[in-house]
Design a protein around this ligand. Structure first.
Ligand SMILES: *Cc1c(COP(=O)(O)O)cnc(C)c1O
Length: 460
């Protein structure tokens, strides 16, 4: 056996001091955010009522490659970071592959996912600015939990709008969020105008991330000294999540290896964007050429079947228009278990990198195939993966099996974005054979894509 350890740990001192900003190295930046009313590019003042000042600066920073992580954030990162880079020896053996499989595990905190990395940063900057109330949405509940933890640590009040279907499916999520004293409301709700409108249109709706975003923004704008925070999609979130990739790269340097293939599941693109960030930096600078794969659910195939176009980030159509891969903001994803992947859009950075060919491939899998991979992984590596993460596992296994055919000893890195302890009903359904794969028809996708916004001169 090689001398690469099962777990490569970094020391507390080695927690990164800088986030890496991919935008600085992208030769072409993503298209500007467009104001939904004026239909021209948004400016700082447009975003100020909704977002914290420092976070807006990070959002539009396309020049600084490295952005310092404040000590007040690094101190909190020390509660659960650095996260280990794990070598999946047991899985390799089970597959009989010559490939070397690594994963970066982000589930080792109570919120159970990578989302805490950005939650801490966003609440920190809000607190610095003197903000007292934050609002947000959560789908599967990981983001709401992470943010509740961070809000409690920094002493900021939080209201979470949770997508109704998840609220009902996952009562323990609510209990955890309330443990950290955050307020949690099932969305759509009657607490906002936009929520009441959505309920009037469809009283039995199971909700969506897009709807919950609209409600959280409305409440932030109407509450004094309040701002809205978002757990994915935004450039600032990818920036914060780069802590994953920077740590991974340092760990690879220690063991003298470098990934040939890097894989992440993609909901809004933040764990993928964070993991690939410094490796993408190498590629953009022409130093190395790793192969990047984004994996999404077949039930919500944003990159594989969506359109690269301007669209709203929410269902209520209040956010700036964003050029991204989208299924249309009216698209209602089926109630698959990987709740964190049920989003109609995609990070504008990830979208641009994919469109320009730097992010090499997007692929989609049905959930039964992903759970099969999750079980295989759990049984070999003893970590119970989140349903979202199982999409990356499935792709990593497929790539490792290709290596078995060709005899290539490729180095594969995938993001294990979280644990699945709150998803045991999904595991039970998989095991008793009642899990269904839902694949939207072309007609269904065309229906929501028909309603993409029109922007004179830009998108007719
Ligand atoms: C939220 C979540 C995702 C999807 O979000 P991204 O922004 O695409 O990373 C993936 N995995 C887990 C465990 C999540 O909680």
């Amino acid at each position: 056996m090689s001398n690469i350890p099962y777990r490569t740990h970094l020391s507390e001192e080695e927690i990164p001091r800088y986030w890496y900003n991919m935008q600085a190295d992208m030769k072409e930046k993503h298209d500007p955010f467009i104001h939904p009313g004026r239909l021209d590019p948004v400016v700082f003042e447009d975003l100020q009522p909704v977002f914290c000042d420092e976070l807006i600066k990070q959002e539009v920073n396309t020049t600084d490659r490295l952005i310092e992580i404040p000590e007040g954030i690094r101190e909190v990162y020390k509660l659960y970071r650095p996260s280990p880079l794990c070598r999946a020896y047991n899985l390799e053996k089970a597959l009989g592959t010559p490939a070397k499989i690594y994963y970066k595990f982000e589930g080792n905190n109570t919120s159970g996912s990578h989302k805490l990395n950005s939650a801490i940063a966003q609440v920190y900057y809000a607190k610095e600015q003197g903000i007292t109330n934050l609002t947000t949405e959560t789908g599967a509940g990981q983001w709401g939990t992470a943010l509740a933890m961070a809000a409690k640590l920094y002493g900021v009040d939080l209201t979470v709008y949770m997508v109704k279907v998840s609220f009902e499916q996952k009562p323990y999520r609510k209990a955890v969020i309330e443990t950290f004293d955050a307020k949690i409301i099932a969305s759509p709700s009657d607490t906002t105008e936009v929520g009441r409108m959505m309920l009037a249109q469809d009283p039995t709706t199971s909700g969506s991330l897009g709807m919950a975003i609209s409600e959280a923004i409305e409440t932030a704008v109407k509450t004094p000294n309040s701002r809205y925070v978002l757990g994915s999609v935004l450039n600032q979130v990818l920036l914060h999540q780069s802590v994953i990739g920077v740590e991974a790269k340092t760990a690879f340097e220690k063991i003298g290896d470098y990934p040939d293939i890097i894989i992440g599941c993609a909901g809004g693109g933040s764990n993928l964007g964070g993991l690939i960030a410094p490796f993408m930096g190498d590629k953009l600078q022409g130093k190395t050429n790793p192969y990047f794969i984004a994996v999404e659910p077949a039930s919500c195939p944003t990159m594989t079947r969506g359109r690269f176009a301007y669209d709203f980030a929410d269902t209520g159509r209040v956010t700036p228009l964003t050029k991204m891969y989208t299924l249309g903001c009216d698209f209602k994803p089926s109630s698959i278990h990987a709740g964190g992947l049920r989003y109609h859009g995609m990070s504008p950075i990830i979208s641009k990198l994919y469109h320009d060919g730097y992010l090499d491939e997007a692929r989609a899998y049905g959930q039964n195939a992903c759970f099969e991979a999750a079980l295989q992984f759990a049984q070999a590596e003893t970590i119970l993966p989140a349903p979202e993460s199982s999409h990356a596992i499935k792709a990593a296994i497929d790539e490792a099996l290709k290596c078995k055919e060709t005899g290539e000893e490729k180095t594969i890195l995938f993001g294990l974005s979280g644990t699945g302890y709150f998803d045991m009903s999904a595991y039970m359904q998989y095991r008793n054979g009642t899990m269904v794969d839902y694949i939207p028809s072309d007609e269904e996708l065309n229906e929501s894509l028909q309603h993409l916004p029109k922007i004179p001169g830009i998108q007719e």
